[in-house]
Design a protein around this ligand. Structure first.
Ligand SMILES: [Zn+2]
Length: 164
């Protein structure tokens, strides 16, 4: 037997002013899109903005439902749009922001487990890493190079014996 270790390195920017202009603009778009969230139950508006390899930007926001499990996270709402409108177009960078209506919105959040799985599938599908910018409405920004870092030992098509 042997022990194995997983670790990853990510960058922390003090705030969005430390980002490259293009990243700051993408994060700003995610922050602005939190207004489009439909989150009457959690009062936690999440939004994301993706810069695609073709130069387009796509946004998504969480869309809740009175039947709670029917609701969808911002990241998967975005992936559905990207997959539909720009199938197989790589996502270069995905900015995720949130506005809590009951608390602070000044520290980064990261995608939930289900969204990590969905993002992992899209990364594999396009063969291109998705770089993440994670933040609130203000404060620090985490920069993560690939969704692989957030989902070690990910389950995927290889495990099913299916090639994508
Ligand atoms: Zn999620």
């Amino acid at each position: 037997m042997k022990k194995k270790k997983f670790q990853f390195t990510y960058t922390v920017a003090e705030d969005s002013s430390a980002l490259a202009a293009e990243d700051a603009a993408l994060l700003q778009q995610a922050r602005k899109t939190t207004r489009r969230a439909y989150a009457p139950y959690s009062r936690f508006s999440v939004a994301c903005a993706a810069k695609l390899a073709n130069g387009r930007t796509v946004v998504g926001s969480n869309q809740e439902n009175a039947s709670y499990p029917v609701g969808i996270c911002a990241e998967r709402a975005l992936l559905a749009t990207v997959g539909t409108q720009y199938s197989d177009e790589p996502i270069l960078t995905l900015a995720v922001a949130y506005h809590s209506h009951t608390g602070n919105s000044n520290r980064p959040i990261s995608p939930c487990g289900m969204c990590r799985q969905a993002l992992s599938e899209y990364e594999k599908r396009t063969g291109s890493p998705i770089r993440l910018l994670l933040s609130g409405m203000e404060g620090p920004v985490y920069i993560i190079d690939t969704i692989k870092d957030l989902l070690p030992l990910a389950f995927g098509n290889d495990d099913l014996g299916i090639r994508g």
